[in-house]
Ligand binder design. Structure first.
Ligand SMILES: Nc1ncnc2c1ncn2[C@@H]1O[C@H](COP(=O)(O)OP(=O)(O)OP(=O)(O)O)[C@@H](O)[C@H]1O
Ligand SMILES: [Mg+2]
Length: 175
């Protein structure tokens, strides 16, 4: 069983490949479910692309014939009776919502979301990353405040520590 943080890492890579300038991850926790919303402002998909995106034999990557990121993520949700939702608009962006029922025995562990976020921030210095908790407006991490030089100079260890502190403030329980 793969941890959710790794699925999110895959989804962030999709957003990057779709030429997003901004990627926003919103974490929501409640008694019964954990929800992960990923919003990007990349090139988006039309209806036909959206329909085929859930099919593992569909991909727009040139060399590879099968795309597995979304089907695997979706499978991890469906196996525990969760909800996978994807909304996309050509030229505007894509929003993917993963909802996992916490009490289902097949619900995968969340994993190291902190590492997923810090790795993505370091790997893609030209993209703005935002992280919110419970409400979209409740922003914990926002790289738009850093100038490009500051972004490039960021060290993963310092970033990880910085995000950890933000997580302590919200009483993060790891979901
Ligand atoms: N956020 C997004 N914005 C625009 N298009 C997307 C986005 N996410 C996925 N897609 C489209 O859906 C296709 C399938 O995505 P999926 O992650 O399943 O496979 P992949 O990225 O092609 O390959 P893999 O994830 O296995 O490396 C992508 O090739 C891309 O065309
Ligand atoms: Mg992918």
């Amino acid at each position: 069983m793969r941890v959710i943080a790794l699925h999110i890492l895959d989804l962030i890579e999709n957003s990057v490949r779709a030429e997003s300038g901004r990627v926003h991850l919103i974490l929501k926790d409640s008694k019964d479910k954990k929800t992960f919303i990923l919003k990007d402002n990349g090139k988006g998909m039309n209806e036909e692309e959206l329909k085929t995106v859930l099919d593992p034999f569909y991909t727009t990557k040139k060399k590879k014939k099968i795309g597995l990121g979304i089907p695997l993520t979706r499978q991890s949700i469906l196996q525990c009776n969760g909800i996978f939702n994807i909304e996309s608009k050509k030229g505007t962006g894509t929003t993917i919502t993963l909802t996992y029922p916490k009490k289902n025995i097949d619900c995968p562990p969340t994993g190291d979301i902190l590492r997923t976020i810090s790795t993505s921030i370091i790997a893609h210095p030209t993209i703005d990353f935002l992280l919110s908790f419970q409400e979209e407006e409740n922003i914990l991490v926002d790289t738009t405040f850093l100038n490009p030089e500051e972004r490039k100079a960021l060290k993963i260890k310092d970033l990880y520590e910085y995000i950890s502190e933000a997580f302590v403030e919200i009483d993060w329980n790891g979901f």
